[in-house]
Design a binder for this molecule. Sequence first.
Ligand code: MOS
Length: 709
Amino acid sequence: METKTKFGNSEGPSRVDGRMKVTGRAKYSAEYSVKGVTYGVLVGSTIAKGTIKTIDTKKAEGAPGVLSVITYLNAPKIPGYQTDAPQPKGALKIFYDNQVYFNGQPIALVVADSFERALFAASLVSATYDKGEHQTNLKANIANGTAPRNGKDYIRGQEDAYKTAPIKIEQEYIIPTEVHNPMELHAIIARWDADDKITVYDKTQGVKSTQRSIAQAFKLPPENVQVTAPFVGGAFGAALRTWPHEIAAVLAAKVVKQPVKLVLSRADMFTSVGYRPHTWQKIGLGATADGKLVGITHEAAGQTSAYEDFTEGVVNISQLMYACPNVNTKYKIVSLNVNTPAPMRGPGEATGAFALESALDELSYAVNIDPIELRVLNYAETDPSSSRPYSSKFLKDAYQLGADKIGWSNRKQQPGSVTESGWLTGYGMGGGLFGAYRGAATVTARMMADGTLILQTAVTDIGPGTGTAMVNIASELMGVPAANIRFDMGDSSLPPSPTQGGSQVTSTVGSAVNDACKELKDKFMQLNGTNEGGSLDFVKILKDHNLPQLEVTTSSKGGAEQGKYAMFSWSVHFMKVLVNPVTGVVKIDKAVSVADCGHVVSPKTARSQIIGGSIMGTGMALMEEAVIDHRYGRLVNNNFGDYHVPVNADIPQVEALFVNKPDPYINPMGAKGMGEIATIGVAAAIANAVYNATGKRVRDLPITPDKLI
Ligand code: MOS
């Protein structure tokens, strides 16, 4: 399956909510109109470590329209936060005490009757501090890294076997901090409906998990917390958890006894909702002269905050990706005066793949073997970490599809040997994997007398097109046109569904939709006294039995097959780049991404998801870097003027291709996930193409022009 144009049509139904989104009828959390709403603006600390000595809120309190200025001094106790000790390690407890752990940490929340008045009053809040000596520099603190709790060093075969191999690559790779920065700012409107009952319109990837967090913090029965998030304007992992600003808004609404809307500023987005952590890696690769891997050693150290351990699977990919008898990995976290990171699309694996797939490329030159051939030589036919068979793996097909599409045969192995119109020209590839999961979900399927099929479950859609995919699955099963199916989602009062994340929603919720539709169909067949489900006239059957509707609620989860097989989605990305020999500017000339993600249930949205992942990987490779001035421990480019992300002009035609062979075991659709693999491996593909074009190996991202001239 493929398409020719950048924004052209591909097969399959269009987004069910596309029209609502482009016409502005889709409501995002800050857009709900709530009676009597007030506005909250956060004030951040201006030091990175220490204690608040004094905090002056007088001027702000006297400013026009101000209802309250909340600080640790006057904040009502949050029942779920209370301990007798200083803040325990874990999520930052807002307004808990006078401790400052990072620069920009919220120290006050101003609530006023308009956003502008709140913003102005926030500028009047000032604090003095007892400053501690902060640490924000990962490189300077790597030696202080510690193995995370429950984190174990991994060893298979012999340790550091690469060191004695005939061919040896040993290099360090660095990725900077990258910030999710979805287009929609994180926002919440909190409204107490009674003393023990609250409604929030909140940007979240999981309405049920947000419901649980707020219920825990305020000691409420979960069902007394209503979380509404039918539309989410991107998240990429930043909205996987409940952050302090959400708790602050709920608290503030209690204080001012009116609903409070709190929208983070773009600058807040850099310090309040996580990021992909600055990570150092070292890879040792050993191989025979004919390119067979003998040993892989992968070490990594990623930053975390001073108050919470954040871990991700940076080194896992080296345990899983290739057939190699000797593999050892080590992963450390380094506690710094920064806010806590968060999973960001392809968490861990995207970081690890940059190092591993760059190193493989380096090896391909050392042994003078084509990079694809080298990967095929070391292809894992069974999972090397567990020896279990794969549920499905068609990565070789993906290599072939991508190589053909990018024109890999035009690539020259000799770096810097090809120019096009004066630009150095190179080809590169890099791939990855991500676990293919299936969790538990419950779906209600209801057939109405007019033939409308309503599906309901709590899951959110952060952009990949979950509603569209679910409608597709139901449409095929029930023989009901997509236009007659409504998918209700993003509401905590609906049947439980997982948080949208980890590339598992299509698999998990899709299976529940599948099972619910089957059960509903069975019910119709029973009513009708037939065992033939092919041509059921639902409207007629309901009418015949004088029923206004018929519904089922079905729970569904993965089974024993998940223990029997190693389940992964696979990707490979190909890039053709042009590098200006004078300015060092890198232009992506052509990008091809191929996914082995099982059966593609929603081709159009799948394609756009892969394109989005490729663009995100391009930002990672060429532009994105959150820079801290270590003198102050403060970000210097916390805005879109200085923090560069790819724009339309940076992105060429991106081809998204799919092997599209069903996985026989994972779920009834045969669909594996694709959200993460869309980004995993992209940055390496670009770095490898840049090397092929220039002979310059850049191992610290982003590949900015200064590194190439
Ligand atoms: Mo994603 S990092 O699974 O939201």
